[in-house]
Design a protein around this ligand. Structure first.
Ligand code: FES
Length: 139
């Protein structure tokens, strides 16, 4: 067996081999694309947001197996969350849900957090009224 297969646990391998939520969302409400300076991998996350909640999330990743598994898991985890809740999303949630990643692959999960936050920022930029609503609720 190659090193790739001994490096990852079965949950990571499952999300790598059978990724969930792959692709784009037509008429997405927010899109975020980020790249990892260390390895050159690229991740894009698209969101459909309705009534302040993430209704759908999809990804396109050009990168390693861990980046694909991380984007698959991240899109699974954030569906149904409010924007505010999703803003606090951390890569550690992805790592935990995947049952761990090798230390040299932690940055792949950070890419998923950054792509999600970029997509949320894109949404807020396009829908400034959503940020005002949150301020009013928090006031
Ligand atoms: Fe760079 Fe995985 S090696 S994202």
């Amino acid at each position: 067996m190659s090193d790739t297969y001994t490096l990852y646990n079965s949950t990571v391998m499952d999300h790598f081999m059978n990724p969930r939520n792959m692709g784009d969302i037509k008429d997405a409400d927010g899109v975020g694309e980020v790249g990892a300076a260390a390895c050159g991998d690229i991740m894009k996350i698209s969101l459909k947001i309705k009534n302040g909640k993430i209704e759908d999330a999809r990804f396109k990743t050009f990168g390693c197996g861990s980046a694909i598994a991380s984007s698959s898991m991240a899109t699974e985890l954030i569906k149904g969350r409010t924007i505010e809740d999703a803003m606090n999303f951390s890569n550690q949630e992805v790592v935990n849900a995947l049952g761990g990643l090798p230390p040299v692959k932690i940055h792949c999960s950070v890419l998923a957090e950054e792509a999600l936050k970029a997509a949320l920022e894109d949404y807020v930029k396009k829908h400034p009224e959503s940020a005002r609503q949150e301020e009013a609720v928090g006031a």
